[in-house]
Write a protein that binds this ligand. Sequence first.
Ligand code: GDP
Length: 296
Amino acid sequence: MFESLSDRLGGVFDRLRGRGALSEADVREAMREVRVALLEADVALPVARSFVDKVTEQAVGQQVIRSVTPGQQVVKIVHDGLVEMLGSDAVDLNLDVTPPAVVMMVGLQGSGKTTTTAKIAKRLTEKGRKKVMMASLDVARPAAQEQLRVLGEQTGVATLPIVVGQQPVDIARRALQAAKLQGFDVVMLDTAGRLHVDAQLMEEMKAVARVAEPDETLLVVDALTGQDAVNVARSFSDQVELSGVVLTRMDGDARGGAALSMRAVTGRPIKFVGVGEKLDALDTFDPRRVAGRILG
Ligand code: GDP
């Protein structure tokens, strides 16, 4: 579907063979192709621009290595730059606190937040051998609390009993209290999502954060929303201190550019990627794989 970056760069650099170093003019020409490749992979425009500037600086003046073509060399420089920016290693959840550790999930409705809450809870239960409780704070959408309860049954993860009419901050308090009393290691709070970022949602989320003092605040973003994802990330990270990002729907067509935008805008690591609807379809983030995917 997409022409790979190596192919695109082939033409640009063919005439460069046998020369000593990558000149500024040649690199700039190549970087136009890099920028198009990034935009096609859904990297947000300002992020693509600043990335290209940074990589240009690194590439200009580099000696052309004999064993590779200049095009391949630039692809490698770009690839390494992407990996560096995406974060070199998988970053785990920080749950090393006096229990219960609190994980707050935030994001827009439809991003996959509730499903991801259950996926992470399942993973922590099975692989981390933690005792996990989930609580839905979404009182705006009538079916939301029930959805999490059902997911709890499917995954064998405890959920906080639903009290109809209780408000999010009070539900959070009750969840924390119950978790303490019953010896849970981790409490996962699934906050309400709205179709668009709105002020009321943000106020509610901040009020919950003040009460719950989360150890992890994870922003869930749909990788398929591409250029829009960056606005979502900016709005949330302006309002609440995020500790990480989960990128969902990476099983779809998304080339993964949203990962780069998320990282650039929030400054926080991508901690997981969602790769399907099933409750074990959750991977840790592999910067190398995503960099390869962005470059096509
Ligand atoms: P929420 O409104 O943000 O809580 O979104 P939900 O968790 O209800 O998810 C919305 C839909 O997206 C559901 O049908 C999920 O099964 C689906 N979904 C969530 N994560 C993924 C993912 O990583 N890949 C795919 N293909 N679907 C996902």
